[in-house]
Design a protein. Structure first.
Length: 363
């Protein structure tokens, strides 16, 4: 035997695990047989389609999922498994895949549906894998019926929607009840002759109203679990300016409110703090028709780190003032609520007066 014929014999045969010699056609047959067995026993529906979209192979799971027998599908266009409303796009999408084959999911980000023999549709996920044999390209599609998952997801979404509606109604009712309390306190204030008692009742009215505004903001918000603090502050500022009959020619109010969103557990104490800070400035910073500016800012200085600050250029606090020794309920309440938030309170008593609270949002 010459060297050339030896090389030909070697290139046309190899041994299997037992040492027996296998010819190239035999190897190809074994590989094809192994491939068909893998496809047949796959847990998902598997369909092999040629470049024209004709079905060349299906597995047992395909028969089970789609309701067709194997003989009914072989040689048929794969479009028989595609709902009518999607068929006019399918050929173009298939041609695009053949032109640039590569493993990928079909229609990522879109809802996909398949069609059973009985005409019913069901949601699916489809993975596409090209199989090249010379110039011939086939597509192996792995199809997963996600009906159960879709049903669970829809049930969950429905349950969440019902809970959101319920929460919205709760916020609405709480807001209404707080407004009733506010109205009763307001009526009582009008009948009180003592100036100090009237001031105490008015401050209580404002506190109740600030809490009612939190729930009003939640009721009007799409996300009933979080408060748009910018929206809340705008409403609170406007109501307090009216309550104290503030002259806009004398006192200018500036606001720098970023996109701060607070969960309800944080929004209520933060809203009460804001109410107390603004109330204190309107009542005490500008005596005797003094002119000045009040500035409120709320910013997210780091992820979930909020800084709330109120500044005014009024008369300031007495030099000997310490918030711990303050007899005023408002500032005591600010300190108490800051502790409730787990935050810190910094105070600059004059030129300008600035109170800054920093805290971490805890969902």
């Amino acid at each position: 035997m010459n060297e050339t014929s030896d090389m030909k014999d070697l290139s046309a045969s190899h041994t299997d695990g037992s040492g027996s010699t296998m010819t190239a056609p035999h190897v190809a047959f074994e590989e094809d047989h192994r491939f068909r067995r893998v496809v047949e026993y796959a847990p998902n529906a598997m369909i092999l389609v040629d470049a024209k979209g004709l079905i060349e192979m299906v597995n047992a799971e395909t028969e089970k999922v789609f309701g067709y027998t194997r003989d009914e599908l072989l040689g048929q266009p794969v479009d028989v498994l595609v709902p009518d409303r999607f068929r006019h796009h399918h050929a173009g999408l298939r041609n695009s895949f053949i032109a640039a084959p590569g493993p990928r999911p079909m229609g990522p980000g879109r809802d996909l549906y398949a069609l059973r023999k009985d005409g019913s549709e069901f949601p699916v996920e489809i993975g596409l894998n090209p199989i090249a044999e010379g110039d011939r390209v086939q597509v192996l599609a792995a199809i997963v019926d996600i009906s159960d998952r879709k049903s669970r997801q829809e049930s969950l979404e429905k349950s969440l929607q019902e809970k959101e509606i319920l929460l919205s109604e709760v916020h609405h009712r709480v807001k209404n009840n707080l407004q009733i309390v506010h109205s009763l306190l307001d009526m009582q204030t009008a009948n009180v002759k003592d100036d100090l008692a009237r001031e105490i009742l008015r401050d209580s009215c404002n506190r109740v109203r600030s809490m009612a505004q939190i729930h009003q903001t939640l009721y009007q918000n799409e996300d009933v679990s979080r408060v748009d603090f910018n929206y809340f502050c705008d409403a609170l500022i406007n109501s307090l300016l009216v309550t104290f009959n503030t002259n806009p020619d004398l006192i200018r109010f500036e606001r720098d409110l970023g996109s701060v969103s607070l969960p309800i557990g944080t929004a209520v104490p933060c809203g009460l703090i804001t109410n107390e800070l603004i109330t204190n400035a309107l009542k005490h910073a500008f005596p005797g028709n003094r002119q000045g500016t009040i500035s409120l800012s709320a910013t997210e200085i780091a992820p979930n780190q909020i800084e709330l600050s109120l500044t005014d250029d009024g008369v300031g606090f007495p030099e000997s003032f310490y918030i711990d020794s303050s007899s005023g309920l408002g500032l005591q309440l600010v300190e108490l609520l800051t502790d409730q938030l787990g935050g810190t309170l910094d105070m600059h008593t004059r030129n300008p007066t600035r109170i800054t609270i920093r805290f971490t949002i805890k969902d």
